[in-house]
Design a protein around this ligand. Structure first.
Ligand SMILES: [Zn+2]
Length: 148
């Protein structure tokens, strides 16, 4: 049996998620649009709700499934979809990419944030909490000015 590998932490830790539910329409629309825009195969979107404000997500390393553990903050859920779709697009289109949070990921991710009009400050705050050094390096390389 194929080993399951994930680009991000699996949000489905026991006791933390409420259960699989249909994704909201905005999320399926965003996943469909990004799949079209980048000419990738549209993934299965597994959606759960969490009893928390913040969201989490994962993308499997065959680039066919993303999962979102959606907290109560919709903006945060939207960022999780953009983040996991960035992993998925790179997995499907860049042979050498293995799902890391590396320069390849963030050099691709910042233009995605701009393209889909997500607030850059909120994206930077969240991503830098988890991956500060690579976030700083890639954002500056793209000509961005950082507040932190
Ligand atoms: Zn990730």
């Amino acid at each position: 049996m194929r080993q399951q590998l994930w680009a991000c932490a699996d949000p489905d830790a026991p006791g933390r998620s409420i259960g699989l539910v249909p994704p909201p329409r905005w999320a399926t629309t965003l996943v469909g649009r990004m799949s079209l825009d980048y000419s990738v195969e549209e993934p299965t979107l597994n959606w759960r709700t969490r009893r928390q404000v913040s969201s989490s997500g994962y993308c499997n390393l065959n680039g066919r499934v993303i999962g979102i553990g959606a907290g109560s903050d919709v903006q945060d859920s939207r960022l999780a979809v953009l983040h996991e779709m960035a992993h998925l697009i790179l997995i499907q289109t860049v042979d050498a990419y293995q799902g890391e949070h590396d320069d390849c990921f963030y050099d691709f991710f910042w233009p995605v944030i701009r393209k889909y009009r997500f607030p850059m400050g909120a994206a930077l705050d969240y991503e830098a909490e988890h991956h500060r050094r690579v976030v700083t390096r890639t954002y500056r390389r793209g000509g961005g000015r950082l507040r932190f």
